[in-house]
Design a protein around this ligand. Structure first.
Ligand SMILES: [Zn+2]
Length: 333
């Protein structure tokens, strides 16, 4: 500060004026050069943004046959047959999510705009209120179930599946109520994170892809339940079964028999609750059972957008890991 004040207060002697004028001109030229270089950098950063809009609970693809790896925040994973897949959790908040892929050793950035999607409200009346207002013993059991299930969302490993997945039932009816905001006996509970497929008791249930059975157990809310790890963090779930024909650790081929449709756990009748978690994110199963072309794709936008926006705009809630915390109301019908 002292030097600055000295230079501001000092009146230059006449013999110094020419030299100072020269210095000022040199300084202005340097500033102009820096400004020019900065504008070049800004121009280099402007390009057509690669982006897409997607609702919470969907999956976004970045197609190509030559992507090496994909990423979001600090997390990276290998591409699946050259394509990058970005699952968007059902509870992802509205906003922009920065993602990237590596192709030919180069990093390419893109942006997913997560929209505000109003999933419908569903009100369910249960005669047996013991599955809504839990006894202390049941609460202990639910917490134990949750601890077992929670660890599955962190599984990783090479992908053992291709999309679309195989149907879990011979005859697939309409997928019901993924994402619905639920009230049981007028009490709010977690949104429905799977899809309910109509099926009669005893109908055969199949694995949707090759994988390893990581949990096969009778759980409080989901009844007789099978969880299969398909690699790349994709876990499929089959709930409310009347019987299970697989055991933990068993290796399954695609379309292997898992068990039979039932109504065990918290249900209003026989049906298959089929759910998918992909790298922890709750995603709409019907999307991965349908044609790949119907999955939202990242494409180059027509509007030039500053790539710096893409690089530095992140969704604050899911910058790193999707939420994996569970509470007593988390496991769906
Ligand atoms: Zn369900």
């Amino acid at each position: 500060m002292r030097n600055l004040h000295e230079s501001q207060n000092r009146v230059p002697r006449p013999e110094h004026r020419d030299r100072r004028g020269g210095l000022r001109r040199a300084s202005q030229a340097a500033k102009a050069l820096v400004s020019f270089l900065c504008s070049l950098l800004v121009l280099a950063a402007v390009g057509n943004a690669v982006e897409v809009s997607a609702r919470p609970g969907s999956v976004v693809r970045w197609s190509g046959d030559d992507s090496e790896s994909c990423g979001r925040g600090m997390r990276t994973w290998p591409a699946n047959a050259g394509t990058c897949w970005f699952p968007i959790d059902l509870l992802e908040v509205e906003g922009a999510v920065a993602v990237f892929r590596i192709r030919a050793g180069r990093r390419e950035a893109a942006r997913i705009r997560v929209t505000n999607y109003p999933y419908p409200v569903q009100r369910i009346k249960l005669e047996d209120s013991s599955k809504v207002d839990l006894s202390p013993e049941d609460l202990v059991r639910v917490r134990r179930d949750q601890a077992r299930v929670k660890s599955l969302w962190l599984l990783a490993g090479p992908a053992r599946f291709r999309l679309p997945l195989a149907p879990p039932l011979e005859e697939m009816g309409p997928a019901g109520s993924f994402g619905s905001r639920r009230f049981f006996n007028d009490q709010p509970r977690s949104p429905h994170s799977g899809a309910d497929y109509p099926a009669a008791e005893g109908v055969t249930v199949f694995s949707v892809a090759p994988g390893t059975v990581v949990l096969a157990s009778d759980l409080f809310f989901s009844g007789q339940s099978v969880f299969v790890d398909h690699g790349d963090g994709l876990v499929s779930m089959y709930f409310h079964l009347s019987s299970m024909s697989v055991a933990e650790g068993e290796q399954l081929e695609s379309r292997a028999v898992i068990g039979e449709v039932g109504e065990t756990g918290r249900t209003t009748g026989p049906h298959l609750h089929f759910g998918l978690r992909w790298r922890g994110a709750r995603v709409d199963p019907s999307l991965l059972l349908g044609p790949v072309a119907e999955i939202p794709a990242l494409v180059e936008s027509a509007d030039p957008v500053n790539q710096a926006d893409v690089l530095f705009t992140t969704n604050p809630r899911h910058n790193s890991e999707p939420e994996t915390k569970l509470d007593a109301k988390e496991i769906p019908l």
